[in-house]
Design a protein around this ligand. Sequence first.
Ligand SMILES: Cc1ncc(COP(=O)(O)O)c(C=O)c1O
Length: 406
Amino acid sequence: MNQSACLKNYSEDSDSSAFHQAKIPPTVTPETLLELAATHGTPLFVIDHQELRKNYATFQKYLPRVQAYYAIKANPDPAIVQTLFNAGASFDVSSIAEFQLVHALLQDLSPEEQQDWIWNKVIYAHPIKATETLTTLNQYKPLVTFDNREEIDKIKKYAPDAGLVLRLRVSNAGAMVELSSKFGADPAEAVALIMEAEQQGLTVEGLSFHVGSQTTNFENYVQAIDLAALIFKQVRAQGYSKMNLLDIGGGFPAPYDASVQPFSELAKRINAELERLIPKDVQIIAEPGRFLVATAAIAVSKIIGKAIRHGKLCYYINDGVYHTFSGIIFDHCQYHLEAFKDGPSEICTVFGPTCDGLDVITMTDELPSNLECDDLLYSRNIGAYSGATSTYFNGFPPATVVHVNR
Ligand SMILES: Cc1ncc(COP(=O)(O)O)c(C=O)c1O
């Protein structure tokens, strides 16, 4: 049976649980994916800009007091940065290359306007910065995060015009990606660090934290806001009145599966805590990455081989963990593969195209057993931390990127 014939069933049988059709962004139908694959070949990485705009609008709707700074590391595709820029986003950058992606969008502005824009809408959110990075950034008087004394000395020497934001270590319990062992000041040292920076003639403008990426444990946000509120109080009680910014970081979970509670529920908890504890004169920002981009991309790959190994059906496809599926390794994320064709299904192993035994996409997905070479598969919700770490390992090129609904 050819794929479009199967697709007809697919469309007619929209409730079929085998295909999860309702979860595909309505703007990118399976028909669209097949057409794009026919035009551009595979592997393909389809970015839906309508979904990006929708996610940004959702974020701002449910967290009206919070300005979203898109964390570019989640997906640095320049077209994504452009779409979120057009939608009104600010940006979290964590390298000079990411900073330049934003800077490139400001070319029509005068140098003074560029500086003003960067000052108002960019945070350099990596607490550890190379000295040459600080030197490059200093002319823009950026906001930069820090979490230790050594970094204060570096900032004083190489970026004395920067505004500082102290990153706190907070609980990352239950997050898919843990960050608290690598970054964040011990809360007990927070006031001393702020005073140390002040003594060196620097200005600490606020506090930040990151509760861990894909945090489904909403209590992390509640505890972190409570902690930040306490430190605001302590610092103000010491007569330091220059702190007027709270950065609640990233971590907002993408709806990878039904176990993830709706964003509106998380927003309710955050809003209540901000309302209760954070003074009105404090500006609130956040650094969402995954939440904005995860659902905005779909990967389409092609079956290039089929074998039975140890009694189990194995498919080999032309994309893998060295490419679009790199998030399996680096992001601890599991993406599900789905077929365009119908048929009796069984639990399969799906391998990527390289010679490396590590190149395994899934050992547990249920797929039709009647798929053949050249049939296509797709994987939804693959926009975050996926192609961002793609390589040319073994000579296999990364997927072609196609933009829809731009
Ligand atoms: C400093 C910082 N901000 C924001 C993010 C984005 O996090 P998420 O994609 O979980 O929203 C990260 C991710 O590692 C980060 O390290």
